[in-house]
Design a protein around this ligand. Structure first.
Ligand code: UDP
Ligand code: MG
Length: 323
């Protein structure tokens, strides 16, 4: 049994002014009931356009809150990285600000950690999502498990409790393209899933639309697999073989039957098919090159404009957790 830990909560927040005034007190009330050495709540304001920051300033007085103000909207993955880079606790709890992750599960997660698990990840029921989204997500997880050796558990999201050593391992990953679900899986450690039923968002709307989810999906695939690159090799080899066989057949036919003019339809069809396939794979190459370019530029994953807590209000211009 592990002893009472100091817990750091990490909450990414983008336009959550509607939720935070209820969420922070509810979370604090829950944490007060637990056997903890203490806790801190780190909220990362990810360039919100509403008055999330003002709400947070007003909460700082009454709760053990640390507010990290990012200089603009960097996206949830970067906001989570920022939070993880600032935790001081023995364990970190990653939780959304919109009540979709039930705080009632925290005691169970904590118990699993006490029993020796280094990472307890929530498995969402997805009962709040449309069937179409569920079908797409399921297909995506199947594709991911086929294309990469890293086992990314299906429907495991960002609601998780992680030990300090997992936090350190994630902090030390240098990449700028951060697909967090992949990174949690990549670092390994003794992990266990915990089913939870996802709640409806209390206020506001989800920041993720089809386009951002698609981008996240591509980022996951290219970040953890080079299968798309290899497909072009396989497909190229197959087509070359077919073209050779076809050429051989044409030569044979011409020798036996003499030359014949018809066949331009086949030619055009072949050309467009090949042209399409080539463009597709140039696109795939472009995806990887784009990612290499991002890594090479080596810009910080996020910039902290200011940090506030009851004890200290400080400002810093940049955070170069570039390692
Ligand atoms: N979020 C963020 N930056 C963003 C988008 C979202 O920090 O650019 C936060 C948001 O405030 C919430 C969490 O990430 O706490 C999950 O976002 P959301 O509820 O919009 O996504 P969904 O639950 O639909 O996946
Ligand atoms: Mg949500």
């Amino acid at each position: 049994m592990r002893t009472n830990p100091f817990l750091s909560c990490v909450i990414p927040a983008y336009n959550e002014a509607g939720n935070l005034p209820q969420f922070i007190p509810a979370l604090a009330a829950k944490l007060d009931q637990l056997d903890l050495a203490g806790y801190e709540i780190i909220v990362i304001d990810d360039g919100s356009k509403d008055n999330t920051l003002d709400v947070l300033y007003s909460l700082v007085e009454n709760y053990p809150l640390r507010v990290l103000e990012l200089s603009r909207n960097f996206g949830k993955e970067a906001a989570l990285s920022a939070g993880l880079d600032h935790v001081t606790g023995d364990i970190a709890l990653l939780i959304d600000a919109d009540f979709q992750h039930p705080i009632d599960e925290i005691p169970t997660m904590l118990n699993l950690w006490r029993n020796g698990y280094d990472m307890v990840y929530g498995i969402r029921s997805r009962n709040t999502e449309s069937w179409l989204k569920r079908v797409f997500t399921h297909a995506y997880y199947k594709l991911m498990s086929f294309s990469t050796s890293v086992e990314i558990p299906e429907n495991a999201g960002d609601f998780r409790l992680i030990d300090e050593k997992v936090v350190k391992a994630i902090q030390n990953l240098p990449e700028k393209n951060r697909y967090m679900k992949g990174l949690y899986a990549w670092v390994g450690f003794k992990s266990i899933g915990l089913q939870f039923s996802e709640q409806e968002r209390q206020h506001g709307t989800s920041s993720f639309n089809f386009k951002s989810l698609f981008n996240l999906a591509i980022s996951g695939l290219t970040g953890f697999s080079d299968l798309p690159l290899r497909v072009s090799t396989y497909l190229g080899a197959l087509l070359a073989f077919m073209a050779m066989a076809y050429g051989f057949w044409i030569i044979l036919k011409t020798l036996i039957e003499g030359s014949s003019v018809p066949g331009w339809a086949t030619l055009v069809a072949g050309m467009t098919l090949l042209g399409g396939i080539q463009l597709l794979f140039i696109g795939i190459l472009g995806e990887y090159i784009g990612r290499i370019y991002t890594e090479v530029k080596n810009r910080p994953k996020y910039i902290v404009a200011a940090e506030y807590s009851k004890a200290k209000n400080s400002s810093s211009t940049s955070d170069n957790k570039t390692s």
